[in-house]
Structures are given as C-alpha cells and as structure tokens.
Design a protein around this ligand. Structure first.
Ligand SMILES: [Zn+2]
Length: 361
C-alpha cells in the first residue's frame, strides 16, 4: 500500500519514489564482505536514500508518494499502479547496480540513469539530465551514461520516469558506500536538486543532517524509517504511518530499555547508533536462517550446503537410513565420530547393501 507524505505548503507537484526492491528480494545484495561479517542488501541503500530524499522534497513543498513504504515485498506492478492512480508528476526509482556476485570478477563501477526506450528526447530525458548533472558532481565515480531500457517501472508509468543506478554492489569501494550515511544523504541531495531544477523550484539545500532528533509529534519519512526498524526488531506493533505518536514513543522506550540506554522515548543519534547495530545483527541472523532453510530443502540438513564437501554422500546416507544426523535437522558434518559410531555406520552400511531393514534408535 503506497503512502502519501504531505508538506506544510504544497508546491502543486507530486513525486513518486521507489526504493527498487524489497529488503528480501533474492540476489539483490553485495558479495560477502569479511570486514562487515555479512553482505549488504541493495534495499538497505535504496530505502535509506529514499527516506532522505523524501525529507528533502517535503522541505521543498513536494508531495511525496512512497510506492513501497513497507518491508513486504511490493511488486513492480503495485508500485507503478500506485503512481498512476495518484497522478504523480514524476517517478524516480533508486537502485544500486550489479554485474556479477563476486568482487574479483566484476569489472564494472560507476553511476548511470535510465529511461524507457526512445524517451531520452522527451521529458523523462530532461529529468534524467537534471538529476545526472548533480550526480556527476558528487563522490567521484565513473559516469556510465544515459541509458534507455525496457524496465517495468519505466514502461508502465504514465509520467516521466527515471531509474538511477548509484554504484555497483560488486565493486568493493562502491559496495561500502551503500551503508555510509553521508553517501546516502549526498545521493538524496543530488536527486533532490535535480528534481527541483526540473520543476524550476528554487533549491534551498538538503539540511537533512540537522534533523537528528525525532520525538513525539514529529512526522515524515525519517519517523517511518524508525518505525520500520523498530517493527523488524519486534518493538513496534503499530501501523507504519510516519507519525511519532504514543505507540512509537513506547517502542523507542522498549528498545532503549533492552539496549540499556537512556529511556527517554526520544529517537536521537545514540538510539540511532544502537538501532543500526541491532539491525546489522538482525540482518545477519535472518540471512543465516534463510540459508539454513534452503539447505534443508536441498540436502536434507540445515547445516549441509548443496555442493559442499561430500554433500551427495551425506544426503544418500540419510535417505538410506545409514546416518541420519543429530536431530533438529542438523547433521554436524565436521564433528568427529567415535569408534563405536564408526562401527555402527559400517554395520548399517553393510546391512543396507545386503538389503536388510535398518533400525536406528
Ligand atoms: Zn536494483
């Protein structure tokens, strides 16, 4: 369900913003980054940048339509339908690019803007040029150019639409930019300035970093972002409505209590720091869990990956009832066995080969 954010005084224009993919969309992530102990999902960059850009646009009088404001995966069709239904004036989709899923084999880096086939000569092209003008002035990155593509978000939108790729997830340097707040803010500001130029609206600056404190009564994209994090971490049960009411305040207090920090119900920089750390852990744990579910389906054991050493033998041994693991779906493949267990394995194997029924207690 899309969400409209309203400025204090409307300048008459509505900007639809898309954060590209859901947080759980398969494949949309960096390779594993040893120094972080995890990979970074594309949506981590996209959604934060969209949140900052929303603040910037609201401050410049735009209505902002978030076409995918929740963590449920929103289909591309739902995103473009929402923009069309609300008659958005433009549609901007924020992405991070990828070539392969390996830092060592990828040879691509840099930024690009994308419009629908043949549209560079129309208004989408004007919007792309406006945004690119500022993207090129920020952090030094290769400029890959204006591209025309048959992408759903570009094709199915009734208004000028631009998709931006703000770096490569499989370029080591750019991957780390994804979770740098200063890069997210910079990218948001560049988009904001380009959008203001496109509509001939005077640029007043980004100023999002000054809004470091959220408290009861505040509204907007940063409140929404806090609610999303608190919800994922199990502290917020209310609606994701972007307004800091009693339920949000209680959730902040509950999180602060858990973290052993000051329980003032105010979402300041220290609370943000703890949220970031908790979200890092949460993301890593969630990824492990997903991998284990995948393993269970593919190999019969949560802790045996497909194509890992002797996986086929392990799976066969299970099917034959020769070796069934240690319970709870685990096999413990690297655990050593005792001489007694080895004897049992050999006997079961021989009995199996002789066609006897095997009993395992
Ligand atoms: Zn993407």
């Amino acid at each position: 369900m899309a969400k409209m954010l309203y400025p204090e005084i409307w300048n008459g224009k509505t900007v639809a913003l898309s954060d590209g993919h859901g947080i759980g969309t398969p494949g949309k992530r960096t390779p594993y980054i040893p120094e972080l102990g995890r990979s970074i999902r594309e949506n981590e960059f996209n959604r934060k940048t969209v949140a900052f850009l929303s603040e910037i646009l609201l401050a410049h009088g735009f209505r902002v339509l978030l076409v995918a404001p929740t963590d449920q995966d929103t289909s591309l069709r739902d995103r473009t339908n929402a923009a069309n239904r609300h008659n958005a004036d433009i549609y901007v989709s924020i992405h991070f690019n990828a070539m392969s899923f390996d830092f060592d084999y990828s040879r691509a880096d840099g930024i690009s803007t994308h419009v629908y086939l043949g549209n560079m000569k129309y208004m989408s092209g004007d919007l792309a040029r406006s945004i690119a003008k500022y993207l090129k002035q920020g952090t030094k990155q290769d400029w890959r150019g204006y591209k025309e593509n048959n992408f759903h978000e570009l094709r199915e939108t009734n208004m000028p639409a631009v998709l931006t790729e703000n770096g490569f997830m499989d370029d080591r340097r750019e991957a780390l930019l994804m979770i740098k707040e200063s890069y997210q803010i910079e990218t948001a500001a560049e988009h904001g300035q380009g959008i203001c130029d496109y509509f001939n609206i005077a640029w007043k600056g980004a100023n999002v970093t000054e809004k470091n404190w959220l408290k009861r009564g505040d509204t907007g994209a940063k409140v929404l972002e806090a609610q999303r994090d608190l919800k994922e971490l199990g502290h917020y049960k209310g609606e994701l409505d972007g307004s800091y009411g009693p339920a949000t305040e209680d959730a902040v207090k509950s999180f602060q209590k858990e973290q052993g920090i000051k329980e003032d119900g105010i979402f300041g920089p220290n609370t943000q720091k703890h949220i970031n750390a908790a979200m890092d852990k949460y993301t890593a744990a969630e990824e492990d869990e997903k991998q284990m579910e995948k393993n269970l389906k593919e190999t019969g054991f949560k802790d045996v990956e497909k194509d890992s050493l002797l996986q086929k033998e392990i799976t066969k041994a299970k099917a034959a009832g020769i070796s069934v693991g240690v319970g709870n779906g685990m096999f413990d493949p690297n655990q050593t066995i005792t001489r007694a267990e080895a004897a049992a394995l050999v006997v079961r194997g021989v009995e199996y080969a002789m066609g006897k029924e095997i009993e395992i207690e």
